[in-house]
Each structure stands twice: as structure tokens, then as C-alpha cells.
Design a binder for this molecule. Structure first.
Ligand code: SF4
Length: 249
């Protein structure tokens, strides 16, 4: 990582470029910044943490990791400065009519940070925003009463606040072992990342994602969906009760 500031706060990987989506990313879950500060960007993470794709592969490349850490430090050290820079950047013509994904790693980790995002969205009415989130109680308070018109989100199961999501009526995604199991459970497939993660916010209310092909994560997940693993963990934590025989993260 050089000291040179990147020109853009928002980036695109190959799949996102194909779909015209821009992305803001911070590190996933918990860690230590280069200056020694500890962070947790996913306070509602549950069984998803040990199964998280955003803590594997390319996300661990030094350049990528450093960029995500720099993004987080900017938010932590100077939230008004980040908000001003993001708001200014989004006025650029390259973003008009496009989608911005808030976090392909990490989550809305505090009320202040979430409020700043809501102001950023309102100040960029020509841009569309979306997010997957496990911060359900935070969204109940900070977003749901008055969401920006240009923002769509989906609750993503596998977190400590799954029990707050009414899966019969609320938009949500769950991670299944494979395409067959999600179809059997009556979920619409999101397909692969290159086919479009927008399905989760624009498509049917129940969207399933087949587990990524990372071998050791597939093994950890076993034949279960993330929501089942989370429910089992919640039950274990509540006291003696049902336990999963296998596939426990
Ligand atoms: S909340 Fe998302 S980014 Fe954070 S640990 Fe869980 S799956 Fe990973």
C-alpha cells in the first residue's frame, strides 16, 4: 500500500463492472488495524463469521486488505470527511443511474455510520444503492422508519439477529449447500455472483444462494443452510436443547 490516496472511494471487480455496479468495502468481521486498533465491522455476525467468503481468497491479498483497512480507518477517524468525500464523488456522471453496493464485506456497524450512509444516499438521488445486512435491529431503528427512496436492502441470514426477521413476509437471503437444496426449500436462486447479486433486492422475497465452492467452507457448512446453523447455535446458547450432529462451524 502506498501513501497515495486512491482517486475513487468506490471500486469494481470484474463481475461488478459487467453489471455496472460500484462497491464500497471495509474489512469483514473482526481484526486489528495496522495502528493496533481492534475492530468489529459485523457486530451481528453469527455462524456466518467462520463461513464468511469475504475473509478468504482475494480478500486476503495484501493490496486488497490494505485498501479495505484504509477505508475503515477513514470512516473511524473522520466520518464527516468520509461523508463529504463520498457525497462529492457520487455527483460524478459515471455513477448516475448506476447501482452502488454498500459493503461486499463488512456491515453497517454503528448508528453513526448508518446515519451517514442514509445522508449520502439522499444527497445522490440519481444513484441507486443496495446492501445485504445482518444488522436487523439497527435497521429497524435507523432505516426502516424513513428509508431513502433510492435504497434497497435485504436481510441476510446467518447472524445473531435472524430471530428478528419474519421470513414469511420480509425480504431475506439464506445460504444453502447447493442449488438443489434451495430449490427444494422454495427459494429463488440468486445464481452466481456474475449473474447478479441484485436479484436479492429486486427479485422474489426469498432468495437462496448456493454455498461458494471453497472446499473447507463447504465442509464446515455440511448439508445445512445458514439459518439452520444459526438457529442451532441460538438454541445451544439458550441452554440445553437440540444440537446439530454435523456441519457445525
Ligand atoms: S456479516 Fe457478512 S461480511 Fe460479516 S462476517 Fe458475516 S458474512 Fe462475513
Amino acid at each position: 500500500m502506498t501513501d497515495k490516496k486512491p482517486r475513487w472511494l468506490l471500486t469494481q471487480n470484474t463481475d461488478m463492472r459487467r453489471q455496472g455496479i460500484y462497491n464500497w468495502s471495509i474489512p469483514a468481521w473482526a481484526g486489528t488495524l495496522p495502528d493496533g486498533r481492534n475492530y468489529n465491522t459485523c457486530p451481528s455476525a453469527g455462524i456466518c463469521a467462520p463461513l464468511c467468503y469475504a475473509r478468504q481468497g482475494a480478500y486476503r491479498f495484501p493490496g486488497v486488505k490494505a485498501r479495505h483497512e484504509a477505508n475503515l480507518m477513514m470512516v473511524l477517524d473522520d466520518l464527516p470527511g468520509w461523508e463529504a468525500q463520498m457525497t462529492a464523488e457520487l455527483q460524478h456522471k459515471r455513477y448516475q443511474g448506476r447501482w452502488v453496493r454498500c459493503h461486499d464485506a463488512g456491515d453497517f456497524f454503528s448508528r453513526e455510520y448508518t446515519d451517514a450512509w442514509m445522508r449520502v444516499m439522499r444527497a445522490a438521488p440519481g444513484v441507486k444503492f443496495y446492501a445485504y445486512t445482518k444488522s436487523v435491529s439497527l435497521f429497524r431503528e435507523a432505516v426502516e422508519p424513513d428509508p431513502p427512496e433510492n435504497f434497497k436492502w435485504v436481510y441476510s441470514l446467518g447472524g445473531r439477529e435472524d430471530h428478528l426477521v419474519d421470513v414469511t413476509i420480509e425480504r431475506h437471503v439464506d445460504i444453502f449447500p447447493d442449488e438443489e437444496s434451495l430449490a427444494e426449500a422454495g427459494y429463488a436462486s440468486r445464481g452466481t455472483a456474475s449473474e447478479g447479486c441484485l436479484v436479492s433486492v429486486l427479485g422474489p422475497q426469498k432468495v437462496g444462494i448456493a454455498a461458494n465452492n471453497i472446499k473447507h467452507l463447504k465442509k464446515k457448512q455440511g448439508p445445512h443452510r445458514w439459518s439452520d446453523l444459526q438457529r442451532a447455535q441460538d438454541e445451544r446458547r439458550r441452554g440445553p436443547g437440540k444440537q446439530f450432529e454435523s456441519g457445525r462451524p
